[in-house]
Design a protein around this ligand. Structure first.
Ligand code: GLP
Length: 267
């Protein structure tokens, strides 16, 4: 595992700052691989919560490499993806199902019926029940061993956007359909080509099931994430910065950062 340039404890979280994002991603892949191996050893299976976005792509590349090298099997793994645009066509390459297939599922021995994703094609009248059922599936599979997370520039986790909810209500948010924040829509223009083409809604795993994971690994790289990282770790715990709600996680939270994303932690 690449060694961090420095490690710090901030607000109960372990923060590891790396010289480069690729080093941090390698460390993240090692944490995921270790979570798989120890859960399979102890319970015969591992359950992962997976994230999309540009940040974790090298993590998936490294996991695929470990698999190719014969060092990691997904044969006893279930995965639950964190979010999906809504609505989105089943074959849309910008959908997170296609993303996961491209970056991980096509390259490892994960059974197709154990790779769970929120479905951006369910009809409107069924979307609430679909989201609620997703939480029941996670619970029925014994909960998440590890949740991999990125963070939005505005502090969102999954598509849990900033809100003015009281903290206790934010902590209880289940998996559900949501409206996207204007900053999130703006960030998605690079993927969809034009603002008018970005879906305005999504389905996201809620704050409550994220916090219930037995461990959480958050990745953030680049100066554009520095503010969200500092507000999540050093600012008040508030639904206005969903990343700050991670301080109420049930299990350990590890932040893997590069120097630019960690910039404001020393201020
Ligand atoms: C997206 C996703 C999040 C992701 C975040 C950051 O909108 N819903 O799960 O963590 O925004 O994306 P990126 O990694 O591309 O910066």
């Amino acid at each position: 595992m690449p060694a961090p340039a420095r490690s710090l404890e901030v607000a109960g979280a372990s923060v590891r700052v790396f010289d480069s994002a690729p080093d941090a991603c390698r460390a993240a892949a090692d944490l995921v691989a270790e979570a798989i191996r120890s859960a399979v050893r102890e319970r015969g299976r591992a359950v992962l919560g997976l994230a999309t976005g540009s940040t974790p792509i090298p993590v998936y590349a490294r996991l695929a490499e470990l698999h190719r090298a014969g060092e990691l099997s997904f044969a006893d793994v279930d995965t639950y993806n964190l979010d999906e645009y809504y609505p989105i066509a089943p074959t849309d390459p910008k959908g997170f199902r296609a993303f996961m297939h491209r970056h991980l599922f096509a390259h490892v021995d994960l059974a197709a019926n154990r790779a769970h994703l929120l479905d951006g094609t369910v009809p409107e009248h069924a979307v609430d029940e679909h989201a609620a059922q997703y939480d029941r599936w996670i619970a029925a599979d014994g909960g998440l061993d590890l949740q991999l997370l990125g963070i939005g520039r505005n502090g969102h986790i999954g598509f849990n956007e900033p809100s003015d909810l009281p903290v206790d209500r934010a902590l209880a948010l289940p998996t559900r359909p949501v409206d996207l924040h204007p900053a999130t829509v703006a960030d998605a223009v690079k993927d969809f080509g034009a603002e008018a083409l970005v879906p305005r809604r999504a389905i996201t795993v809620g704050i409550a099931p994220i916090l219930a994971a037995r461990s959480i690994v958050v990745l953030a790289f680049g100066p554009h994430k520095a503010d969200a990282v500092a507000r999540s770790l050093l600012g008040p715990v508030t639904a206005g910065v969903p990343g700050s709600l991670l301080r109420h996680a049930d299990g350990p939270v590890t932040w893997l950062l590069d120097e630019t994303a960690a910039r404001d932690l020393d201020a």
